[in-house]
Design a protein around this ligand. Structure first.
Ligand code: SF4
Length: 250
């Protein structure tokens, strides 16, 4: 299958219409993960990147591209507020797989953010903090890319239950692929154990989803993988996957 359906010419990515996306999803759903990852690199080359926060889904994808020898660049949004154990895992997988994970940093340092807004902005305005530390940096990073891969799964939360394998990311004007959309948590963990893939030890301490340390607690509910993220707030996403309304009054 070719992605010519969403290109006028090789250098110009066109916004796919609904029919095109449906067709693409129909075709991609038939591919296994190996076939999908190879296809994505064949189609986009160095214009496709894999984003990870080092959760278990990301570990599956990184293990796959490394073992298949597909040279897709891996990047992470380093807010400067990750757990020490996450930074340790980052270093370990770079050595395990002989890869460099590209660091995407916020435009503002933590001190700069504290000075311009307030110290510990995450306490009073986490949407703005996520926008400054994640959404803006992702937008800048993806400006010269055509597509990104994520570890999003439908079973992770209510917010994610309707995601497709192929989507148009209108915020960043690139294609977004969620190749594990149909995977359950059990399937991910089976893969991790069967292939002896390293993962964040915080998972064994009760954290099913791991983000920045000020906004992550152990899981509150067995039924919601992301229940420990912003657990005391009516906030479920940082905004890189589902746009938040608050972002223009910076
Ligand atoms: Fe800030 Fe918390 Fe969002 Fe991290 S998760 S960017 S600390 S609000």
């Amino acid at each position: 299958m070719s992605l010519r359906i969403i290109r006028d010419q090789k250098t110009s990515l066109q916004i796919p219409d609904r029919e095109t996306l449906e067709l693409l999803n129909h075709q991609l759903e038939k591919k296994n993960l190996d076939e999908f990852l190879q296809w994505s690199f064949d189609e986009f080359g160095d214009k496709i990147v894999l984003g990870t926060a080092f959760g278990v889904s990301g570990m599956v994808l990184i293990h796959k591209i490394a073992t298949l020898g597909i040279p897709i660049t891996v990047f992470t949004l380093d807010t400067g507020l990750l757990f020490e154990k996450t930074y340790d895992l980052w270093k370990k997988l770079e050595s395990d797989y002989a890869i460099d994970v590209e660091t995407v940093s916020p435009i503002l340092t933590l001190d700069g953010q504290a000075h311009l807004y307030q110290p510990q902005l995450w306490n009073n305005d986490p949407d703005k903090c996520c926008y400054l530390r994640k959404v803006l940096s992702l937008k800048k990073y993806l400006m010269n890319k055509e597509a990104w891969l994520t570890g999003l799964r439908r079973s992770q939360s209510e917010t994610r239950k309707n995601i497709s394998i192929a989507e148009w990311d209108n915020e960043n004007k690139v294609m977004k692929f969620n190749p594990l959309a149909q995977w359950t948590s059990e399937r991910v963990w089976d893969y991790i154990h069967e292939n002896s893939v390293n993962y964040n030890p915080l998972h064994d301490e009760g954290y099913s989803s791991i983000g920045c340390f000020p906004c992550t607690t152990k899981s509150i509910s067995d039924k919601d993988e992301r229940s420990g993220r912003w657990g005391n707030l009516d906030k479920t996403e940082c905004g890189i996957h589902f746009p938040l309304s608050q972002k223009n009054d910076l």
